[in-house]
Design a protein around this ligand. Structure first.
Ligand code: PMP
Length: 437
């Protein structure tokens, strides 16, 4: 589908990009393959707004896929980063900002020790290695529709770009690598119990998104994560809670703040990314002291990174987290609730069956269904062609949504009344487009 917005500059950049990189992008979903049209090349961003190469201003509901908790180019973050960069961009030695960032993460989450890496993929990959090293076991349980980065063993039935592009997994991953991955339906306790009954003494860990955000937003059913924690403990396996997306976003201590902290349990390992880098490549994994102690150099499980704990990235993350106070989280939650209500009433008015699903301020729409869905099979029953029409109508009206129905929408503490007004103006026509699709 072509859009009505004027995109000659973005089109020129895209034409150049496809000459020098596969599909013209450096991460697949950016290419608009599922929705069609010209990917917008952004040239600047401020607060809740993006500006593209053709000078169009968009309300941003992607937030760089999660990191921009405070909005773009927050003045205090930019000042701190500029100051840090002026003192040198990488030392290859320990430096104070990475210690302060680790202290902030330890203070907010249930981890005793934390190791910095540079992407969420590295965080989950390393957590899996550590879980295998700790338990001496090889099998890993994951859930269909959950995405944990492009780790070989975790791409089976993955969400995010893998489902958006309709890929069965990926060529290039040897069968023996995925042979140790057990994929189960999300939120299915019986399936978990059965897998442990059969393979209990071979399972190194269960990895789960703390709340699924990569098949659209699908919350764990009440008590599901606690059940995973107890089941793992009963069988000597570890629970790895992937909070790359939810961490420092759905509460100040991530999704764990909504369940584990209330219910009195904690995952053995957690992974983080996105918000903790403030828009720079920074991620981390952490957890129980006895497990983390196995990492080199204190233990034998090897893991390393030239730019891990980078001082500029750590400063961006640290400044972001220090500014992310209770008032900021309250603003996010409030704006998200108002936006969800606007979306829902526009779709109701246009007669589009839908369910808006959220976890904290993260949300997405299930198209063409009227009951909430709790797993990958459920979200795959939706009518994604309605989203394609809706997406382009919103884009034409200056609202930038994720270019796939299988992704969360992200808001920031900079989303204000002007942003809500832009939503309210754009929604009626977009809802009619979804109805007509
Ligand atoms: N885990 C989850 C839950 C994610 O959402 C993502 C990225 N969307 C990743 C891991 C991988 O992170 P990265 O893209 O930084 O490698």
């Amino acid at each position: 589908m072509e859009t009505m917005s004027s995109t000659p500059q973005s089109q020129q950049w895209f034409d150049r990009a496809v000459q020098v990189s596969p599909g013209g992008v450096n991460s697949p979903v950016r290419a608009f393959r599922a929705v069609g049209g010209t990917p917008r090349f952004m040239t600047s961003a401020q607060g809740a707004w993006l500006h593209d190469a053709d000078g169009t201003r968009y309300l941003d509901l992607v937030g760089s896929w999660g990191p921009m908790l405070l909005g773009h180019a927050h003045p205090e973050v930019i000042a701190a980063v500029t100051e840090a960069a002026s003192r040198g961009t990488s030392f290859g030695t320990p430096s104070p900002p990475e210690v302060e960032l680790a202290e902030e993460i330890v203070a907010r989450t249930p981890v005793d020790l934390v190791r910095m890496v540079t992407s969420g993929t590295e965080a989950t990959m390393s957590a899996i290695r550590l879980a295998r090293g700790f338990t001496g076991r090889t099998r890993v349980v994951k859930f269909a529709g959950c995405y944990h980065g492009h780790v070989d063993s975790l791409l089976a039935e993955a969400g995010s770009g893998v489902v958006t592009l309709g890929l069965p997994g990926s060529p290039g991953i040897p069968a023996h690598v995925t042979a140790d991955t057990i994929v189960l339906p999300y939120n299915d306790r019986d399936a978990v119990t059965a897998a442990f009954a059969e393979h209990g003494d071979e399972i190194a860990c269960v990895i789960t998104e703390a709340a699924a955000g990569n098949m659209g937003v699908v919350s764990p059913l009440p008590g599901f994560n606690q059940f995973l924690s107890e089941t793992c403990a009963a069988h000597g396996a570890l629970l790895v809670s992937d909070e790359v997306m939810t961490g420092f976003r759905v509460t100040r201590s991530g999704h764990w703040g909504l369940d584990g902290a209330q219910e009195g349990w904690r995952p053995d390992l957690l992974t983080f990314g996105k918000v903790m880098g403030g828009g720079f490549p920074a991620a981390a994994f952490g957890g129980r002291a006895d497990v983390m102690a196995l990492l080199a150099p204190s233990g034998p499980v090897y893991q390393a990174g030239t730019l891990a704990g980078n001082p500029v990235a750590s400063t961006a993350g640290l400044t972001t987290l220090r500014l992310a106070d209770d008032a900021a989280y309250a603003r996010l939650d409030d704006w998200s609730a108002q936006a969800r209500a606007l979306v829902s009433s526009a779709l109701d008015d246009a007669g589009v069956p839908h369910v808006v699903q959220n976890v904290g301020s993260m949300f997405s729409v299930v198209w063409g269904l009227t009951e909430p869905v709790h797993d990958f099979a459920g979200v795959q029953r939706q009518e994604t062609h309605r989203y394609t029409a809706f997406f382009h109508a919103m884009l034409d009206a200056g609202v930038y949504l994720p270019p796939s129905a299988y992704e969360s929408w992200f808001v920031s503490a900079a989303h204000d009344d002007e942003a809500l007004t832009r939503m309210a103006e754009a929604l009626p026509a977009a809802a009619r487009a979804a109805a007509a699709a």
